[in-house]
Write a protein that binds this ligand. Structure first.
Ligand code: SF4
Ligand code: SF4
Length: 120
C-alpha cells in the first residue's frame, strides 16, 4: 500500500516487536490451555454477556496476545463467569479459569477488594 504520510482513519497496524507481551507470557504460564486456542470464535458466539453487551471473549484473547491491555480490565468486568464459553469451546480450553486468572494478573501488585477477590 502506498504510504502518503497521512491518513483519514486511525491505523490498525500493530508492531509486535514493540508491543509489551508480558501479560501474554504471564497468561501462557498461568493457564496452559490458553496456547491451544484456534481463534474459531465459538466462545464469542455463545457468550452470555455478549448477548447483552458488546463483550467479546475472543477479542479479549487477541488483546492479550497483541499486548493491548488498555481497558482490558473494564471489559473483563462484563464477564459473568457463567462458563458457557468453556462448555462450547472445541479445544476444551479452561476459559473460566482463564478469565479469573486474567483478572488477578491485571490486579497484580494491587490490593484486591475483598468482594472482587471472592468473585474471581
Ligand atoms: S471457542 Fe475456544 S478455540 Fe475457539 S476462539 Fe474461543 S477459546 Fe479459542
Ligand atoms: S464465562 Fe464470561 S466469557 Fe464465558 S460465556 Fe460466560 S460471560 Fe461469556
Amino acid at each position: 500500500m502506498i504510504d502518503f504520510g497521512y491518513g483519514i482513519t486511525r491505523s490498525n497496524r500493530l508492531n509486535l516487536d514493540e508491543a509489551d507481551l508480558s501479560l501474554a507470557r504471564k497468561m501462557a504460564r498461568r493457564e496452559k490451555s490458553f496456547a491451544t486456542c484456534i481463534g474459531c470464535g465459538t466462545c464469542t458466539a455463545g457468550c452470555t454477556a455478549g448477548h447483552f453487551t458488546a463483550y467479546n471473549p475472543r477479542k479479549i484473547q487477541l488483546m492479550i496476545l497483541n499486548g493491548q491491555t488498555e481497558n482490558l480490565k473494564e471489559d473483563l468486568k462484563k464477564c459473568m463467569l457463567c462458563g458457557r464459553c468453556q462448555m462450547l469451546c472445541p479445544r476444551g480450553i479452561s476459559l473460566r479459569s482463564l478469565w479469573s486468572k486474567l483478572y488477578r494478573a491485571l490486579d497484580d501488585g494491587r490490593k484486591t477488594p475483598a468482594v472482587t477477590r471472592d468473585i474471581f
